[in-house]
Design a protein around this ligand. Sequence first.
Ligand code: PMP
Length: 304
Amino acid sequence: MKDVKALDEARTRSSSLKVYINGRLVPSEEATISVFDSGLNFADGVFEGVRVYAGSVFRLDQHVKRLYESANAFEINIGMSPTEFTAVVLDWLRVNEIRDNFHLRPIVTRGNRIPPRLDPRFCSDQPNVILLGGPISPADMRGQRLVVSSVRQINSDALDPKIKSLNYGNNLLARLEAVRRGADDALMLDADGFLAEASAANLFIVKEGQVVTPWSKACLEGITRRTVMELAAAQGFRVVERDITVTEVLNADEVFLTGTGTEITPVIEVEGRRIGHGTAGRATQTLYSAFVEMARSEGTAIYS
Ligand code: PMP
């Protein structure tokens, strides 16, 4: 978000919300956690990004499932069942009177680690469970300009990207490089030099009626990615998961990114090279319309 006024409004709205911390609802200026927190000290925690459309939470069950699977991979006990967690999320959204265009950020860390050493046995038994959020705007269909980052995405043999952990060091380095080079975002390669994903979104290319996305070797299994694959198949596209090279991206008819925050965002330029016609392509626009229609008509109702 580069619009200063929109950024200011988002800041004001975010900081006017009550924050959930370990069962308490507190004004944002009082919403603090310990300096011993495991997330702060070792990125020892997991998180989600969830979106509210038209009074409902899109794919809430899938986000909760991924949060619990990520926590399980890190051996973090969230201390409540997924059903209880879902109820906490819906309650929090009601308390804050959230209805639309909202991005919810659940965070769970292993808890306070005193003294702050790596051995998890220094941790308290209680995780820190936090719910934050803020307004979010619809995807910018004018499209994004990307670079190909010199920073690789971590392969699943090192830190499985399917675990949505707080370790975003390489994603951050890629985004910093993008900003430094005047781009909107960066594509990251996997260890073998094929495309993995963008810094916080999945990648798709469209070529001769096929919709292609990197197989999930080195990318997050995005919930939007799965939804878009289903929508594309329903519209008659052949959907393929496979390795993609930078050359294929440059020669694609269309390129787009997907994510909860990103929705479906066209890519109009990569490394200064125009993609397709340099505007959102037909398939991207059709998929975006179908996606928004689905997101605004399905989901877990906040108010019943
Ligand atoms: N990749 C990364 C690295 C991300 O952070 C995100 C955002 N959660 C995505 C992909 C897109 O995933 P989703 O569609 O589940 O939001």
